[in-house]
Design a protein around this ligand. Structure first.
Ligand code: FA5
Length: 342
């Protein structure tokens, strides 16, 4: 027994000294001192020895345990302190600033659409949606733009090749779809993507976003339109914004109007962007044409309402003094990171 213990000591201490990694050492520790470890079993067996054996072997086994524990600790410290030895010759500048993380964020257009929705929901409007692939009827005919009507040329259309569908040129068809399936009172806004065969330049894109507004009831009138647009645009763009309503023509409204706002770049004093006028054109609007109400199944002798449609990119360009619409689609982090995270 004494010989066995002597042999075990030599062998164990040698193996511990040769361990090359902390993990290897931990495995060794478990093998020797774990629940079913070699040394643990020996220690457990001491109780079965005679009194004389206990005095000699018991003492030797306990000493062996202490020595093994000390050797494990010593080797573990050696290994831990030498694990970064290979970095000793390398220069590490602890004063260098760290790499800044680039967290994901919402696109400024997505965020602005949410702001538009919140603003109008606070005015008791709900949000409606319609399909981006439309038929001729909802995009044109039901909006009082019959075939061969010159007003169709106002919006250059992208048609599907072999089927009678098109990519909607504006969000106005959502007006028709909503009135077809809902009874007044109606108060909706409809943000979404629209498509036109327009050439790309600083203020035009073939794909852009609009939001439509529609309010229909028995007494809805232009004063409501003026009040709601003034409150909403001041909240969305600038609290001091002035609005100017100007006569215009859209086949689906009568009377038709365009809204200009004070140029934010020169505060209305006149600059190259507003062509020295102090005003910027913002959106189209008017009272829903009786023919449009009829197309959607509403009696124009009972109901009346207003509608408006605005370009979302253009509003955001005015709000943040952005001089090129293409910046919204290039996904350049230098542009996107100028907008707040939330
Ligand atoms: C319309 O699309 C009408 N449906 C708006 C309307 C609705 C009038 C309801 C009356 C009642 P217009 O074609 O002017 O109108 O477009 C509306 C806005 O979309 C413009 O004022 C402009 O801000 C924006 N817009 C038009 N074309 C482009 C384009 N290619 N790129 C970016 N924005 C555009």
């Amino acid at each position: 027994m004494k010989n066995h213990l002597e042999q075990l000591r030599t062998q164990t201490l040698e193996t511990i000294a040769k361990a090359k990694t902390v993990q290897e050492l931990e495995a060794l520790e478990a093998q020797l001192l774990g629940k079913k470890g070699e040394l643990t079993t020996l220690l457990k067996g001491i109780k079965d020895l005679t009194v004389e054996e206990k005095q000699v072997v018991g003492k030797m086994t306990n000493e062996l345990k202490k020595d093994v524990e000390a050797a494990l600790l010593c080797r573990s410290e050696e290994l831990r302190s030498s694990q970064y030895d290979h970095l000793k010759d390398q220069f590490f500048d602890t004063s260098l600033p760290g790499t800044r993380p680039h967290p994901g964020r919402l696109h400024p257009l997505t965020k602005f659409i949410r702001e538009i929705e919140d603003t109008f929901m606070a005015l008791n409007f709900t949000v409606a949606e319609g399909p981006e692939i439309e038929d001729d009827y909802h995009n044109f005919s039901a909006l009082n733009i019959p075939e061969d009507h010159p007003a169709r040329d106002m919006q250059d259309t992208l048609w599907a090749k072999h089927i009678p569908y098109l990519l909607r040129t504006h969000t106005s068809p959502v007006q028709i779809r909503y009135m077809e399936s809902h009874e007044p009172p109606i108060r909706i806004i409809c943000p979404g993507r629209v498509f036109r065969k327009d050439d790309v330049d600083a203020t035009h894109s073939p794909m852009f976003h609009q939001f439509e507004g529609l309010m229909v009831d028995k007494t809805t009138n232009l004063t409501h339109l003026k009040g709601i647009l003034t409150i909403a645009l001041r909240r969305l763009i600038h609290p001091d914004l002035e609005l100017r309503f100007r006569s215009s023509f859209f086949p689906f409204v009568e009377p038709g109007l365009e809204v200009d706002v004070t140029c934010v770049l020169c505060a209305g004093k006149g600059c190259s962007v507003c062509k020295q006028s102090g005003w910027l054109e913002m959106l189209g609007c008017g009272m829903v044409h009786p023919n449009v109400l009829k197309s959607a199944g509403l009696d124009p002798n009972v109901y009346q309402g207003f509608a408006f449609g605005a370009g979302i990119e253009r509003l955001l360009m005015i709000k943040h003094k952005i001089n090129d619409i293409r910046l919204f689609y290039e996904n350049d982090p230098r542009f996107l990171e100028q907008f707040p995270l939330v």
